[in-house]
Design a binder for this molecule. Structure first.
Ligand SMILES: Cc1cc2nc3c(=O)[nH]c(=O)nc-3n(C[C@H](O)[C@H](O)[C@H](O)COP(=O)(O)OP(=O)(O)OC[C@H]3O[C@@H](n4cnc5c(N)ncnc54)[C@H](O)[C@@H]3O)c2cc1C
Length: 424
């Protein structure tokens, strides 16, 4: 069966849903097709224990007050945990060297080392360069393994693969840049509740986008969709892998942009305990390293839910993902035990280990520019022949790689569509 509409929206994540809502407000007809069985995309919550939600993808409203999901949550009566929005601040940081807490001069040395690296990165970008982070930081320091592990979790690529400019551009100019608001009942659930009023055809994988004629034909697992224009919100991982066939082929600049902004890996391992194993002083963000394992960062019971969430990134995350779920669980439990002691092992109820590298609907976690490629975000967001429009986190300059950046990209593309339809 062939359906006809004005705008075909491919993907029902944050970007696709916000495009749909904005077009609806403007009275423009649309159809949303989603390959998977649910809406939300990389915003997805699972209940690890009764009433305890774990976000496999986005979990913090980054950039605090500037985040549009703050008002969306208020309008839906969904609570946010404002009081822990500064959990990643220096004042609240807990750092552990072989199970010993860094304090006083040792903690200061750790923070000074980080600040010197960040200053070096900023100076390079100010000179107009776009180098790999690895070229700009002190790799010999005793703190280097922990620092580069933290950057890999944040950026999804290792420091030799990460553009210093892309890293620095994130959040530039935003007040509250360092505020990260947790969502007690799940950011994924928030996006699901907000998107629930958008009609979406699920299980409709797009196989081909044919834009040879006037208009666009979208070939899906559930039949064809003919539209005047299409909005593509799939990840750069999906685009670069060629999972969707384009007829004619996409211009090489567009494919180069997707390849220059690969979807790297951040994985999370959530471990739930049957009791509060952390104590009142233990909640918050911890960085920990030992002599015989990869370092890590983890969040412990920030919202009083008896969970710890261990973050992994870059090649180590890919390697660990390939070892399987048990290896991920063991790594996470060891990291938590390094700080809170071996008795925690007696209180584990369950864990959830994410596997974003092999997730077929994203092929990675979120985009990160390769060295020299930060400018590709601009190319990524350009339309092709004013018929194919691109939204999604990779196109959200300065707020890239976030759920609310994806949302804002949907608003941007809706404006572009109004202008394009007016010309037809
Ligand atoms: C581990 C992790 C932690 C994160 N932490 C945070 C955080 O704390 N805060 C934050 O703001 N952001 C975070 N993010 C990033 C955030 O989740 C994403 O940037 C955002 O959700 C992306 O939205 P999107 O609409 O661009 O893409 P997606 O959510 O990926 O939506 C695209 C949709 O397209 C669908 N699709 C793919 N291929 C096809 C096809 N062939 N046919 C039809 N449909 C298709 C997919 O199934 C998907 O639903 C995190 C992400 C991960 C993975």
């Amino acid at each position: 069966m062939t359906i006809e509409t004005d705008v075909a929206i491919i993907g029902a994540g944050s970007a696709g849903l916000s495009t749909a809502k904005a077009l609806r407000e403007k009275g423009i007809a649309f159809q949303v097709v989603e390959g998977s069985h649910r809406i939300g995309g990389r915003a997805y919550s699972e209940e690890i224990a009764p009433g305890v939600w774990f976000d496999l993808g986005c979990s913090y409203l980054h950039l605090g007050d500037a985040n549009p999901f703050k008002d969306i949550a208020a309008s839906l009566d969904i609570p946010l945990c404002h009081e822990r929005a500064d959990m990643f601040s220096d004042e609240n940081l807990n750092a552990w060297d072989n199970g010993r807490r860094l304090e006083g001069a040792a903690l200061k040395a750790f923070l000074d080392y980080r600040d010197a690296n960040e200053a070096s990165i900023a100076a390079s970008v100010a000179r107009g360069e776009d180098r790999a982070i690895v070229d700009l930081i002190d790799m010999e320091s005793e703190f280097a393994p922990s620092y580069i592990n933290g950057l890999a979790s944040l950026n999804t690529l290792d420091v030799d693969e990460t553009s210093a400019k892309d890293y620095l551009d994130f959040g530039a100019g935003y007040e509250g840049r360092h505020l990260d608001i947790p969502v007690p009942d799940g950011y994924g659930n928030l996006v699901k509740a907000w998107g629930a009023d958008v009609p979406v055809t699920l299980n409709a994988k797009v196989e081909e986008i044919d834009f040879t004629g006037p208009g666009v034909t979208i070939k899906t697992a559930k039949g064809d969709l003919k539209a005047k224009l299409a909005v593509i919100t799939v990840s750069t991982g999906i685009l670069a892998a060629g999972d969707i066939k384009f007829t004619p082929a996409l211009p090489s600049e567009k494919l180069d942009a997707a390849r220059g902004l690969p979807c790297g890996t951040e994985n999370k391992i959530c471990v739930h305990f049957d009791t509060d194993v952390f104590g009142a002083d233990g909640t918050g963000y911890h960085r920990t390293w030992t002599d015989d394992d990869e370092p890590s960062g983890f969040e412990a019971s920030v919202m009083g839910l008896n969970t710890a969430i261990v973050f992994t990134g870059g090649r180590h995350a890919i390697w660990l993902e390939r070892q399987g779920q048990q290896a991920g669980h063991d790594y996470a439990v060891n990291q938590i035990a390094n700080v809170f002691g071996n008795d925690i092992r007696n209180h584990i109820t369950r864990s959830i280990v994410t596997a974003w590298t092999t997730e077929p609907w994203t092929r990675g976690s979120y985009s990160c520019a390769l060295p020299g490629q930060a400018y590709q975000r601009e190319t990524m967001k350009q339309s092709v022949e004013e018929r194919l429009f691109f939204a999604g986190e990779a196109t959200a300059i300065g707020v890239n790689s976030t759920c609310h950046g994806a949302y804002l990209s949907g608003l941007r593309v809706a404006e572009e569509i109004v202008a394009a339809l007016a010309q037809k």
